[in-house]
Structure formats: C-alpha cells, structure tokens
Design a protein around this ligand. Sequence first.
Ligand code: LM2
Ligand code: CA
Length: 474
Amino acid sequence: QHNPHWWGNRNTIVHLFEWQWEDIAEECENFLGPRGFAGVQVSPANENIVSPGRPWWERYQPISYKLITRSGNEEQFADMVRRCNDVGVRIYVDVLLNHMSADFYGQAVGTAGTEADPATKSFPGVPYTAEDFHPSCQIYDWNDRFQIQQCELVGLKDLDQSRDHVRTKLIEFLDHLIELGVAGFRVDAAKHMASEDLEFIYGSLSDLKTEHGFPHNARPFIFQEVIDHGGQEVSREEYNSLGAVTEFRFSQEIGNAFRGNNALKWLQSWGTDWGFLSSGQALTFVDNHDNQRDGGAVLTYKTPRQYKMATAFHLAYPYGISRVMSSFAFDDHDSAPPQNAQEELISPEFDSDGACVNGWICEHRWRQIYNMVGFKNAVRDTPVTNWWDNGDSQIAFCRGSKGFIAINNNLYNLADTLQTCLPAGVYCDVISGDLINGSCSGKSVTVGNDGRAFVSIGSNDFDGVLAIHVDAKL
Ligand code: LM2
Ligand code: CA
C-alpha cells in the first residue's frame, strides 16, 4: 500500500492544515489542479472533542466516526473528494486509529453534538466501552515498547486494536472514507500501535473505488506517522513494509543543511546514504504541523528565505514521496486556526498575486514553491546528473535534459558558467519569476549549444535559488 495513485505526471502532496472542505474543493479547481499538485492531505474528518479556545489539536481527540468537524459535514466532504478527483487531485485523510479523546472536564461534547465520557471510556457515538481500551497508564519511558503501544499518549484513551470490535469499527470508518472516493490515509501515531494490528486493519480495507477514477484492485495509499530519529525501541522498520513512513530524519537534516550547519556540497549523496528509508517508502517534508511548532533545526515559513531554498531542493532532488506544508500563522503551540467570533473556521482570502492574507500562510501559493511543484512534474523519471559545487554551499545539478537548479547558501555571489544539460534556448527562472504569455517576469537564462549557461545568484538576491526546466522555455 505504497502507491499514492497519482494522476498523470503529478507527484507532490500538499497538507492543507485545518482548511474547510468547501475551500479545498475550490482550491483543487482553481489552483491545485491547474498548478499540477497531485494530492491533498486533509485534517481529520471525524467528530472530535470541542475544547475551549478551539486549539487545532482538538482534532486529534476523536469522539466518534461521524464525519462532522469544523471543516464541514459529510456532504461537503463527499463533494470535495468528487471535485478534487475530477481535476486529478487525490485526497488523503489524517486518521486517528490509536486513541479517542482524553478527559478534561468530565463529560465531553463533540463537533457533531455527540456526548461522551472519556473518564470512564464511554464513547456511545461509536460505540466503545471501557473494555475496548487498554488499562490506563502513562508513557514515561520512551524505550519501553509496552508503554509506547499500550499506555496513553498525552492522556488520550488508548484503543486496543487487537480486539475484534475495535478492528471492525476502525475498518468500517476507513471503508466509509474509501467509499466516498479518498485515495488513502495518513495514519496518526502509528508507532503507538502494534504493526501486526495495523497490518490486519490495512489488509482488510476495501479497494479504491473505480467509480472515483481509480484502477481495478487499487489499494489505499497508507503513510504512517512514525517518529524515528534512530536508536528507537519502536522503529520505522516495523512499519515500512505495510505502507510509507514519515521520514523525520529528512526534515531534520534538510533543516540543518539550509540553516547553514552543514555545507550543501554534502547533499550530493542525499537519500538512503543519509540513513533515510528507500525512496518509495519515505514520506518526505521540510516541516509538518507538529515539528513546525517545536523549534530546533526544522525550517518553517517563519524563516522564508531558507525555507524556500530547502523546499526547492526537496522538490528538485529525486528522493521520497514529497509533501508540502500549508500552514496558518501561529505564535505558540496552542494557537487556534483562523476563526471568526462564532469560532467557525474562516476561508482563506487572496491578494492580487494569489497570496493568502487573513491568517492563512498558504506556502503552497508562494511562487517559489508552486513553481517547483511544476519543476518536479517536468523532470519526473530523470536522474541527477552533472552535480556541481564550489566545495561549500553553492550547488547545481541537472535532472536529465529536462531541468536544472542552482542554489547559493554562501554569503557571497554565485556567478559562473555551468552545465545545464538543457537544449539550447532561453529559459525563464521559475524562482524569480513566471513565464506569462511568452515573457519572463524574472531572470532569463540563455543556454548555448553546448548546454552551458551563465548562472548568477547574488548573495543579496531575494531568493537563493535559480531553476529552469523544459516547460518554461521562452
Ligand atoms: C500525533 N501524531 O502521532 C499528531 O501528529 C499530534 O499532532 C498529536 O498531538 C498526537 N499525535 C496525538 O494525536 C496533538 C498535540 C497535543 C495534544 C494532542 C491531543 O500536539 O499537544 O495534546 O494533539 O489533542 C493536548 C494537550 C496535552 C493534553 C492532551 C490531552 O496539549 O497537554 O495532555 O491534549 O488532554 C494532558
Ligand atoms: Ca496505543
């Protein structure tokens, strides 16, 4: 269950964190489809606890499997999936199989109005009763497999996936989403569940629906959240045969490199040589919704110049199943997503350049990022060739004869004649501009008959990247 079932030449997923279903449907039609995005990871679709202030993380506390959340109801969800599939954009749902809600203040109410009593592990909306859960205990030793998998992650009531009833309910929930046309799932907290139980659940799911445009016998794409920085008791290797696994080492190392803690020349061996999973098993990202809040080496929209450089490298280098983060602005871990006085999520609004303005960051609408999604589509199936570096943090490489990228992360200019491997002609740098009606609003690059071109990235240029490809030729 490693095949994401992308359509055509597409190959990048975007996480539209906390977006509403109706807004995602429109984004598929107006932006993601036309720009060549392959799919969307959407926030959890099932009912969650309503918590004071409406932090984003309330959605990681399930109350039932009714498809009613602040993102919308079942009808709106179904409409989104249909409209996105119609324009070749797949939907992957974030699913919580490990746990139900924690108890805060006694009786809980969910986003569909369902009541539950997490303290006694009573969730009538499913229904689950106390016997469907592991006995309560805390995870305090992260080297203890029993605690990691059978105790409560931050107090979240821990389901026992070895029980028939729990398996049946989880399979029904996932099959319902498949019925509505989704292409797969992000499995939250996978490390906190025994891989044998997950294997049973994944293996019991229905095939994807041919009426939603999937081939016969297509299995749902599964990518599992397993945080494994190495030397862990429960490792990514227990899960990677079942589906793709989030490669947190990628996020860490790309952050290190573009923060300047590691010379970019070392990226020549990027991939499995760095201890990452094999390319087809690794779900890769510069940041995700958790680690963008944690600080440390991970880059986020808050350091945009480096973030765009790291993202350009992520999408230019042929390694991994790429996911781009699309955030809302936050100050601290608990900040709520953009909402109105009634605590309803609000829709993104765009300025004349298409950038989001009202609390949504929409990294996926930054030209430097969406144009690299187009680059990745244009260079698909080609190898890295003609690697060049200056012995430090200026690098360049070709993708077959389809694309060329140069990056300058030194504090001095890059101005060199480099081999681009592209057919002779004039190309538009898709980082500094766009090709619109045959003219380039950014730097133009002239490739000679020998494939060489003069490439300039000043240390004071707005962006530290230059990228050209065959689909943006003048
Ligand atoms: C995940 N992957 O394995 C998600 O990516 C991550 O975002 C989730 O944590 C976590 N696992 C559980 O699904 C988030 C958030 C936590 C939050 C939980 C539950 O990062 O801070 O915990 O969701 O909503 C919150 C409070 C915590 C409290 C807990 C239970 O921050 O202090 O623990 O609720 O009330 C007593
Ligand atoms: Ca567990």
